[in-house]
Design a protein around this ligand. Sequence first.
Ligand SMILES: Cc1ncc(COP(=O)(O)O)c(C=O)c1O
Length: 398
Amino acid sequence: MALSFLQRVKSPIHSRISRDDATRLRLKYDTYYHIFEKQAGTRVWKDGKEFIMLSSNDYLGLTHHPKIKEAGVQALEKWGASTTGARLANGGRIFHRELEEDLAEFVGKEACHVFSAGYLACASAVTGFADRKDVLFADKNLHSSLWSGIKLSGARCERFSHNHPVHLKELVGYEEEKTAKIFVLEGVYSMEGHIAKLPEFINLAKEFSAFVILDDAHGFGVLGKDGRGVCDHFGLTDEVDVICSSFSKSLAGSGGFVASSKEAIDYMRSHSKQTIFSAALSPSASACSRAALKIMKEEPQHREQLFRNLNRYRSILKELELDTWESETPAIPIVLGEKEKVYYFWKALLEKGIYTIISIAPGVPPGKDLIRTAISAAHTDEDLDRIEEAMHFAKSKI
Ligand SMILES: Cc1ncc(COP(=O)(O)O)c(C=O)c1O
C-alpha cells in the first residue's frame, strides 16, 4: 500500500543540484548548450539569426554531402532505425563488418571495432587493454573519453606534461622493468591543435617496452595520405598498438572506432565493458560513415580546400597578433588567458554572426582560457571575409 501521507525528506543531492555554481553561472552567461533551429553549409540559425559556425569539427565539410545523405537514407530503408542491442548478445550486422574492414584497411591495421560514439571507442581503447596491475602514462591534456577509460581501468596513472617526451622518460624511469607500461596519447590535441611528438614517444615505447594507445579523433581525415591520420603522417602506424578515433569530426557522422591487430581487437571484445554492454552502431550511422570514408579516399579536393582555408584563416589571426598556442592543424585556439576577456571576445564574435566555443580553466590549464575555433573545407571566401571582419571587431573589444 502506498504511504502517500509520508513527506519525502529532500536528499543532499537535491540541494547540491539546486545550489550548483557551475550550472548557475552557465545559465546566467548562456555560453553553452545552444539550440539551433536550422543548419545549412557552414551556417546555423538561432532565434532567426544566422551564424557562421567556426567551431564544428566537420573539417572536410562533408555533413551535407549528397552521397553520404543518400547512403544513410538507403540504410534506414533497408535495415530500419536500429539493431536494438549489443553486438555480443544480439549480433552485429554485415554493414558493421564492412565498415570495420574498410577502416582497418584505411588506417593500416588488421582489424577494427566500431562503436556508437567516439567517446565509447576511446574509453574502450583503454579499458580493453589496461589491467589494475599496469601503469598508464597519460598526457595531461588528454580528452575526457580517455580519462574515463583510465579511471575505469583501475590502473595507476602517471600524468606527464603536455606533449613532453622528456618528462615522460623521467616518469617511466622510476618504474620497475617488469611493470607493464601503457602510453596514452592523442594524435592531434583537440583544444590546442598540437600534433603529438610521436617519433619521440615511439622511441621511448621501444626503450621501455611500452604499449601505445593513440586517440586520433582530430588527425584522422586531416593528416597523412588521404587523411589516414597522424600515425601515417609520421610513417609509424606499425609502432602504435591501438588507434582509436571518432566519426564526428572529419567523417561528419556519429560513432567511433578502435583499430589494432586482429588478436588485440578480439581481446578487447572480451574485456572492455563499453564494447560488450553498449548497443551497436545504427544502420544509418554506419552507412554514412562508410560513405564518408569512401569520399575521403576518392575526393581529395575537400582536404585541399581545408588547407587553403586554414592558410587564409591562420594569416587573419596572425595579422591580428592573436595567440593561437602554436596550433599546427585546423583546430585553432585563440588564447586570451583570462575568462573575462574570453567572454567579451566570444560575445563580440556572436554579435558579428560568428559562432565559437568558450573554453576556460579547469577545462584548459590556468592562464590558457581560450576561444576554440576550427576551420572547415566548407567555409567559403565570403565566410572568411566575414570571419576576418568579426575578428578585428572582437579584438577591439578586449
Ligand atoms: C580527442 C577526442 N577523443 C574522443 C572524442 C569523443 O568523440 P565523440 O564526440 O564522437 O563521442 C572527442 C570529441 O570531442 C575528441 O575530441
